[in-house]
Design a protein around this ligand. Structure first.
Ligand SMILES: *Cc1c(COP(=O)(O)O)cnc(C)c1O
Length: 398
């Protein structure tokens, strides 16, 4: 019996290999930074971390985390409502609310959990949830767990969104919630929030955004997609992560109206049944917010790096998705080419990963690079030089 089961798993694994979809993990020895050291000792330019502001190894963040280890200990050994709430957790929640322009915030062990635990407590059978087809897996899973009627609109298609809103209304929905990634991670596309807010208002729906790739990155003060789109204070629900720009450790949050957050504390299953964020991570995240609120320097540097790289790689002849986000997709179409380019880049000292079907649509294989405030222009120039060299060798450039 069990032999047959394990045989069955082996066949599935072989299928993943045969389809060229097997994901292996590269081992890094040392810290996450502008460059990373590989297990073979080589140091390569790092173009694939979500370490947008370079805080993953920032001295102030590391020191705050180390100091909290001494004052608040290593772990809590508890969920929040039993004995897992320290002063630090309440401080971080208040700081995130102020940063995001909301009334209250609830922490989770991960943004995945924030999304997984968001919809089920807030929406029931009589309600509607309307979601972009390319939303993050955690949003899709969260929606699956709730009983509300589901509507899915074509990616970034505002007419289709309006059709969904009209259909939800015709179906007699009591409440409607439109939910989108603020920034879509495969393309760096920014959701058109102004249009979405207007549609939500016209149909009496709530608007929620997942800000994992936007918090600390978009907007003049790095507050996110709502600030970028002129809608600061006008989005009903915001979910986000502590695991990307805000230090990159782990943890997530949901932020919004007091009633929403209070009900999540009572009913959201990943919050009720999973451990508190570790004190050192909470303190590191507070230090990250201190840095962001004291100065827009890191966010401005990220913006300058992004502009510089986008222009340089396009001028070199590569096909990129236009935009302004530090996620820069460099399109090569074929999966095989994406893999060869990524492998050659690594030989040339640049770590950049290829993405292909099913992560992106067939025929839209790409190398996705991500800029960071940790990069200096010399890192980015060396990266462009490597792209040009590999591009010529692989026939991507004339
Ligand atoms: C990374 C990401 C998540 C998950 O964040 P974690 O805190 O690592 O769980 C959720 N949503 C989006 C859009 C993301 O990019």
């Amino acid at each position: 019996m069990s032999a047959a089961f394990f045989q069955h798993l082996q066949e599935q694994l072989q299928g993943i290999h045969d389809a060229g979809l097997y994901k292996s993990e590269r081992i890094i020895v040392g810290t996450q930074d502008a460059t990373v050291r590989l297990a073979d000792g080589r140091e390569v330019i790092n173009l694939c971390a979500n370490n947008y502001l370079g805080l993953a190894n920032h001295p102030a963040v590391v020191e705050a985390a180390a100091s909290a280890l001494r004052t608040h200990g290593y772990g809590m050994g508890s969920v929040r409502f039993i004995c897992g709430t320290q002063d630090l957790h309440k401080q971080l929640e208040a700081r995130l609310s102020a940063f995001l322009g909301t009334e209250d915030t609830i922490l989770y062990a991960a943004a995945f959990d924030a999304n997984a635990g968001l919809f089920e407590p807030l929406l029931a059978e009589q309600d509607a949830v309307i979601s972009d087809e390319l939303n993050h897996a955690s949003i899709i899973d969260g929606i699956r767990l709730c009983k509300a009627r589901r509507y899915r609109y074509r990616h970034d298609d505002m007419e289709d969104l309006e059709r969904c809103l009209a259909r939800a209304r015709a179906d007699g929905a009591r409440f409607g919630l439109v939910f989108t990634d603020g920034v879509f991670s495969m393309d760096g596309t920014v959701a058109r929030l102004e249009r979405m807010r207007a549609l939500c208002d016209a149909y009496g729906a709530l608007l929620g955004i997942d800000e994992c790739h936007a918090t600390g990155v978009l907007g003049a003060r790095g507050r996110g997609t709502h600030e970028h789109g002129g809608l600061f204070g006008q989005v009903d629900i915001i979910t986000g992560t502590l695991g990307k720009a805000l230090g990159g450790a782990s943890g997530g949050f949901t932020s919004g109206r007091r009633e929403v957050i209070e009900l999540l504390r009572q009913r959201s299953r990943p919050y009720l049944f999973s451990n508190t964020v570790a004190p050192s991570i909470v303190a590191g995240s507070i230090a990250a917010l201190d840095l962001l609120e004291a100065s827009t320097g890191l966010r401005d540097r990220l913006e300058r790096n992004t502009r510089w790289f986008r222009r340089a790689i396009a001028e070199a002849g590569f096909d990129i998705r236009p935009g302004e986000h530090p996620i820069v997709p460099i399109l090569v179409q074929e999966a095989g080419l994406a893999q060869s380019l990524s492998a050659r880049l690594l030989e040339l000292g640049v770590y950049a990963v290829g993405f292909f079907h099913p992560v992106v649509p067939r025929g839209q294989a790409r190398i996705r690079v991500q800029m960071s405030a940790a990069h200096d222009i010399h890192h980015l120039q060396a990266a462009v030089d490597a792209f040009v060299r590999a591009g010529h060798e692989l026939g991507l450039l004339p």
